[in-house]
Every structure is written in C-alpha cells, then in structure tokens.
Design a protein around this ligand. Structure first.
Ligand SMILES: [Zn+2]
Length: 156
C-alpha cells in the first residue's frame, strides 16, 4: 500500500544569519529568517511525510509560539515525522523537491544536500531528487521556497 504527501514552505532571507538547508550549515553571509533555524527544505520534507500519513502538520506538532522551538534544529522536526512514519510501518520510496529561489546556487551544493538527506532519511541518494528553479525577477530575491512530494510504502 502506498501513500503520497506534499509539503511546501517558504522563508524570507535575513543577512548575517547562517544558512541551514537540508540539515547542513552554509556560511554564505545570509540565512533564512524563522522561529527555528529556518531550514525550509527540512520543513517541507517533514510536512510531506506528515501529509502522506495524514498526521497533521509541522505547525501543529511544533507550534512556533512555543519557547522550546525557538532556534530549534529542524532535524528534530524531521525525526519526529520519521518516528511517526516508522510507528505506522511505512518507509520512504522516493522524494522529489523543488527549491525556488535566486540564491544560493543549488548546483554547487546539491551533492551536500543529497548526502545529508540520504543520511537523515536513511534512503539511497538515487531515491532523492533536488531540483532548482530561479524566480526570474518575480518577488525579487526576498525568499526561498520549497515544494516537496514524497511517496511512502507500507512495510510488510
Ligand atoms: Zn519553515
């Protein structure tokens, strides 16, 4: 039995912060604004997994008004979704992500992102896709958006 889920997230850029993406840290002079570490890629993946399982969403599990979620490592959010997934006896078949932003240049960091996601999700890099789309002028450079689709399979 299969279940499919979609996740979406967007964060504004903020200068002088570290950039967190896919569980990796990049020192590029800007980061993503947010209550947690702002890792939009992990947030979208977490929501896609929760969505596939019909188990609410990241904002319900980790309210952004809560103090303990401030500057929180987004790997914690992902791990909670994975825990729910394993409890329900599902595993990930594959994952397809679009990162929509004018920076950073995804082709220069794609290998690091794939390596990190492969470790965090416990699946082969060949089952993870990260595609980059630029905004080509609309909405300027003010935010980074992620769309993600995940397919889960019931473990027998
Ligand atoms: Zn987010």
């Amino acid at each position: 039995m299969y279940r499919i889920g979609i996740g979406q997230d967007a964060h504004y850029f903020e200068d002088g912060r570290k950039l967190y993406l896919g569980g990796e840290e990049f020192d590029v002079g800007y980061g993503l604004k947010g209550h947690s570490d702002g890792d939009a890629l992990l947030h979208a993946i977490t929501d896609a997994i929760l969505g596939a399982l019909a188990q609410t969403d990241i904002g319900t599990l980790f309210p952004d008004k809560s103090k303990e979620n401030k500057n929180r490592n987004s790997v914690d959010f992902l791990n909670k979704a994975l825990e729910i997934m394993y409890d329900m006896d599902y595993s990930i078949v594959n994952l397809d992500c679009n990162i929509i932003a004018d920076k950073p240049n995804i082709s220069t960091i794609r290998d690091r992102l794939l390596e990190s996601l492969s470790k965090l999700l416990g699946i082969s890099k060949s089952n993870i896709s990260i595609k980059a789309k630029t905004k080509e002028g609309y909405n300027k450079e003010d935010s980074l958006e992620v769309l993600c689709i995940v397919l889960l399979q019931k473990m027998i």
